[in-house]
Design a binder for this molecule. Structure first.
Ligand SMILES: Cc1ncc(C[n+]2csc(CCOP(=O)(O)OP(=O)(O)O)c2C)c(N)n1
Ligand SMILES: [Mg+2]
Length: 564
């Protein structure tokens, strides 16, 4: 006989899972008993709070391309996953979360952790997960687990929620065996790809705009092949950064409307055909849809709901990005003008509009401004970034937008939560990334307010001696809110402060390294020391000029004021 808990752990092993992120509670101790017995097969990473653990599993998944797995208890354990799983849903990250539930036998009687409505816990997850399901018989566990993993990966990746009542976990059941389910790949209609190929081969100034879907489909190489054949510049959204190397001659930059590079935006504006792949054309990806698309738009997305959401589409293609780009290449191979046309176009646009080196509003050359920190970080980790050996996570807030400017060279090396934009993402996501890629140089960039949310998770990095650098853009404010209050809400600055904590004393209390940098001449050496000079975690508390408005927001404000 086996318990439901053991059937679950054996199912995970059959699925190929070797790492789970979890936090126990009474209701799931039956799973923990099995994890104890299989500790040599499955690594359990103990986090500190469910919301941050959800981000850890997310960072693990983005870094590795594998499914992030979570185990939490019933009630407050499960509800802690609402924010990170919502983010995973919006940003297309595959996660399978297992949560405990009060026993079926006592449903409705008020067992602790039970909602007033015994079905509420399951219902909460329904609107934003790809599947939310309760296990009602231990023998169903393998079938439900294999289905959960397939659904998380299939189509547009996303979160799946599985809940297990305590009596199912603890009771004896039987092992019925495990069959892995492979996801079906969504392939494009061949006739539609023919039409796309015709359009693109006839175009004079085609431009490819790529989003995060190209990265999650592992389609970077396929993208570059297509772009080189067509002589088409490639521009990206924030989520698409890294789909093409920053220094590739056909890389046209970040086309995020008024948040983005002038050259990238102009390339899109001038294009007679825009091929949008793996993108929703979301608000941050287009600068509140200030990105002008004037030519024919071919929109490729795996989810038909994401096609035509924001821009009128001339040709819609429902497909996985890799399947589409490979099918397109088959049709254009040897028939395009080659990459020089695109390189020349980028040069021409650069000469016309330039990528002016823009200084932040409020830039102060005696202090450290956000752009100084972004540039110094880019220089310090340059080699690792170029070789795909670094992973950088970003948070929400002004620092997140400043980080739009970081050069990125490889897919799965830059996680900026530009879709759901939850504060507190960067620290735990970096820990998850380091667990996925122990050899990588991992850097979290975060604001001070964000740090207050999930910084306690650095205890997990300390416990596991993970070499991760946590770089705090410390402006002693919820900067992005404060600047909007100043510029857009009549100066009514209110409740946008933080508490001036000593981050290095916090580091000391965890027994980890810290550098405090408030002299711009020490910026690079300080970062270098923190990122490379430590065996375990390190915090870099970087004192930022609180009056500087990050470059992309400076661009946005300038565009807004120009219109007024
Ligand atoms: C969970 C969550 N709560 C609230 C917000 C709204 N929010 C966006 S930015 C921000 C303040 C950010 O301050 P900080 O982390 O210091 O970054 P800064 O803007 O100063 O760089 C807040 C509260 C959010 N995005 N996520
Ligand atoms: Mg701040």
């Amino acid at each position: 006989m086996v318990t439901g808990g053991e059937v679950l752990v054996r199912s995970l092993i059959e699925e190929g899972v070797d790492t789970v992120f979890g936090l126990p509670g009474t209701h799931v101790l039956g799973i923990y008993a099995a994890l104890h017995d299989y500790a040599d097969r499955v690594r359990h990473v103990l986090g500190r709070f469910e919301p941050s653990m959800g981000f850890m599993a997310d960072g693990y998944s983005r870094a590795s391309g594998r499914v992030g797995v979570l185990i939490v208890t019933a009630g407050p354990g499960a509800t802690g996953l609402v924010t990170p799983l919502s983010q995973a849903s919006v940003e297309g990250v595959p996660i399978v979360a297992f949560a405990g539930l009060t026993p079926i036998k006592t449903a409705g009687r008020g067992y602790y952790h039970e909602f007033r409505d015994a079905n509420a816990q399951l219902s909460i997850f329904k609107p934003f997960t790809k599947w939310a399901v309760r296990v009602e018989d231990g023998r169903d566990i393998p079938r439900i687990v294999s289905r959960a993993f397939r659904i998380a990966r299939e189509g547009r990746p996303g979160p799946v929620y599985v809940e297990l009542p305590r009596d199912i976990i603890d009771s004896d059941t039987e092992w019925v065996g495990y069959t892995r389910e492979e996801p079906t790949r969504v392939k494009p209609d061949p006739a539609v790809v023919d039409a796309v190929a015709r359009d693109l081969l006839n175009a004079e100034r085609p431009v490819i705009y790529v989003g995060g879907g190209v990265i999650s489909a592992e389609a970077s190489n396929a993208l570059i092949r297509v772009a080189e054949e067509l002589g088409a510049p490639v521009v990206t959204s924030v989520m698409g950064k890294g789909a093409i190397p920053f220094d590739h001659p056909l890389h046209g930059g970040l086309a995020a409307g008024y948040f983005g590079d002038t050259v990238a935006v102009k390339l899109v504006e001038m294009a007679d055909v825009v091929l949008g792949v793996g993108t929703r054309f979301s608000e941050l990806g287009t600068g509140m849809w200030s990105l002008p698309i004037k030519g024919r738009l071919i929109h490729v997305n795996i989810d038909p709901n994401d096609i035509g959401r924001n821009y009128r589409t001339d040709l819609a293609v429902v497909s996985d990005a890799l399947e589409f780009l490979n099918a397109l290449y088959e049709r254009i191979r040897g028939r395009g003008p080659g990459r020089d046309r695109g390189i020349k176009l980028i040069e021409k646009v650069k000469a016309e509009v330039g990528n002016q080196e823009l200084k932040e509003l409020g830039y102060d050359e005696s202090r450290i401004n956000p752009s100084d920190l972004v540039k110094a970080l880019a220089r310090v980790i340059d080699r690792d970034m170029r070789e795909g050996r670094a992973v950088v996570t970003c948070d929400a807030g002004g620092n997140q937008v400043a980080m739009f400017e970081l050069p990125v060279y490889k897919p799965r090396t830059y996680f900026n939560p530009a879709g759901f934009t939850s504060l507190g993402f960067a620290v735990p996501a970096a820990i998850g990334a380091k667990i996925a890629r122990p050899e990588a140089t991992v850097v979290a960039t975060t604001g001070d307010a964000a740090f207050f949310m999930t910084g306690m998770e650095i205890a997990t990095a300390a416990e596991l001696k993970l070499r991760v650098a946590f770089v705090v853009f410390n402006d002693r404010a919820q900067g992005v809110l404060k600047l909007q209050q100043k510029f857009l809400y009549g100066g009514k600055v209110y409740a946008s402060h933080t508490y001036p904590m000593d981050f290095c004393k916090f580091a000391e209390s965890l027994g980890i390294n810290c550098v405090r940098i408030d002299d711009r001449r020490e910026l690079e050496t300080g970062l270098e020391k923190c990122i490379y000079g430590s065996n375990g975690p390190c915090i870099a508390d970087v004192v930022i000029n609180p009056d500087a408005v990050p470059v992309p927001i400076t661009r946005q404000l300038m565009a807004i004021f120009r219109k007024r």
